[in-house]
Write a new protein. Structure first.
Length: 113
């Protein structure tokens, strides 16, 4: 389907994860300045929402067991998670954040929702 509107850029607070649904896929959006990152909002360890976590050192920390997933690569930097979460392309058009969930930019398996 390509890029789909997900949120207003102004509605996103710096370094504060937000969950949105894009084409029925849960997405964790994180704004850092003018950049917006999108990760599949399902922890690869036990299917927990990453949007419930905190942004730390360029990653989002899962609030259940503490694995931190890099905002760019989706890779976990600490256990217990060992697999990356899919990351998605974002763009901002006229103040609206758009996300394309059809392809994971990091090559991780496409989410099954
Ligand atoms: S559910 Fe996320 S680290 Fe366990």
């Amino acid at each position: 389907m390509g890029f789909v509107a997900a949120a207003a850029l102004d509605a996103l607070t710096d370094a504060t994860p937000v969950q949105v649904e894009v084409d029925d896929v849960p997405v964790c959006l994180v704004r850092t300045g003018d950049d917006v990152f999108a990760l599949h909002d399902v922890c690869s360890h036990q299917r927990w929402s990453l949007a419930d976590g905190l942004v730390i050192d360029g990653g989002v920390e899962c609030s259940l067991h503490g694995s931190t997933f890099d905002l760019t690569t989706g890779a976990p930097s600490s256990l217990p998670a060992t697999r990356p979460v899919p990351t998605f392309a974002t763009r901002v058009t006229d103040g609206t954040v758009e996300v394309d969930v059809t392809v994971a930019t990091n090559g991780a398996p496409t989410p099954d929702h």
